[in-house]
Write a protein that binds this ligand. Sequence first.
Ligand code: NAG
Ligand code: NAG
Ligand code: NAG
Ligand code: NAG
Ligand code: NAG
Length: 472
Amino acid sequence: MRNPGVFRVALIGILCCEHAGGSGGVRESHPCTVHHSRRSESIGEDECFLTDEDHHLWCFGDSYRLWSHNGSIDLKTLTICNWLHPSIDLQDILSKFPKIKKLIIANSNLTTLSKPFPSDAKHLEKIHITGTQLQGVPRDAFKHLSGLKILDVRNNALTEIDPAALVAPKLQHILLAGNPWKCEDKTMTWILNMTHGSVARKIGDRDKLHCAHPYEERPLLPVVEIIATLREECSRTVCECELVYVVGRVGKQTQRNLIAFVSTNCSHRGLREMPEFIPANTTTLWLDGNQITDLSPLITNPVYRQVLDLYLDNNGIASINQLEGSVWFDNFRVLSLRGNKLTDLPTYAFENVLLKSGNAVSLYLGDNPWTCDCLFTPGFQDLLIRYTKLVKDVNEIRCHSVKNLENLDKPIRDLTRTEICIIESETSWLHPLDVLNVFLASMIIFILGKLVYDYWSFKRTGKLPWLVAKIP
Ligand SMILES: *[C@@H]1O[C@H](CO)[C@@H](O)[C@H](O)[C@H]1NC(C)=O
Ligand SMILES: *[C@@H]1O[C@H](CO)[C@@H](O)[C@H](O)[C@H]1NC(C)=O
Ligand SMILES: *[C@@H]1O[C@H](CO)[C@@H](O)[C@H](O)[C@H]1NC(C)=O
Ligand SMILES: *[C@@H]1O[C@H](CO)[C@@H](O)[C@H](O)[C@H]1NC(C)=O
Ligand SMILES: *[C@@H]1O[C@H](CO)[C@@H](O)[C@H](O)[C@H]1NC(C)=O
């Protein structure tokens, strides 16, 4: 820790340029780069430097404590760099430098301001805490600073901030960019309140704020706006809603170019019908465990247009024939119909959709009372075999109502054609048509035999057959 001061200054100077480029916009020099234009005098164990005609003191680490020229120099600015501890005693600093107008804490390991700024720092006008690990600001942190005008807390580790913490009598300009903001309901919605005198109006870089996980690097304002709208829309339903992710359209992430993916959960709500309203931008809809029988809203109600993943497990759906040919059916990604009352489905329509649409990724059809007969099952089985990767629960798709009892509860995919069809025809071989066939075949054999006999008899005896002899 006792490096020569000059070496450290050079090193920090190199770091600066990367940093200034990253913060975007105006090129500022890094707050820890000492511009010693006049002299490079160092004071106090080689760790503090005076510059700008002795108005600016730069201290590295905790060397400010060793500064001994109390009051004898008219300091205006104090910069503390490379502070290695997680907290800092503001009271101590400000009692030592009671007249400073500007305090800069930069490039430090600071994580918390344990106490608010003391009220006796009446001259303090600007506070810059940048490039630290600062995670939170206490409520009322700046409230007692009667002279504070500018607050810059960019490039820290702030995830959320209470607007009450950003209040001071004269505070007009606040900078918050470069922090990993948590874009969640409640924590950041205050930033949308642009009424006169609100804290949000004082944020100079509102448009430059970005979200952290789970909306990595998306611009904060539109995301918070989407979340606030979603909350309002969700309160009009019986469901729970969540913004799952947001993507930028073609790389652009401006307000209008974000696409929202919302998951709406209306499971186990005792619904008898599909809801009339769900939040716009719902892409995943859970409707498990209700008593829904009718899927026609998917076709008629435009709120379902954007639903890509639909979970309808354990309802009372007996038929999905009406979906055939609808726009929704052509575009879905996931359709889950486990545990319903389906006995058959429009195989041909499914085949058509799965063949054409590149969207479908999962289909769940298990635990339904499927019919196994020679009419429906062969085509259905073909479908299951051809799209085995898509039909995720193919082993749960079993025969429920069967003519051949041996097939009961067997997975339809694994049945052989004989099991489905031939056995069935064996049991009914006395079908009237079969009887007629046998009769006609034996007639043909009889007539041919008679012809051969007559020919042979004519050759041998010259007698015409009895029938020919009778014809005049
Ligand atoms: C500087 O202030 C400290 C207390 O903050 C005091 O102990 C010390 O004697 C003062 N030094 C001078 C030179 O005034
Ligand atoms: C402070 O941060 C530096 C680099 O970021 C790290 O090497 C050092 O261990 C940290 N010190 C403490 C006390 O956390
Ligand atoms: C917006 O901010 C103003 C001023 O701070 C406040 O009075 C008002 O209640 C806020 N409105 C909402 C909707 O939060
Ligand atoms: C949400 O849905 C509405 C209505 O369909 C649409 O206009 C809007 O662009 C969507 N917003 C996002 C962020 O996807
Ligand atoms: C939906 O909500 C129900 C109960 O409200 C819960 O049990 C279920 O886990 C939720 N499903 C999802 C996918 O979040």
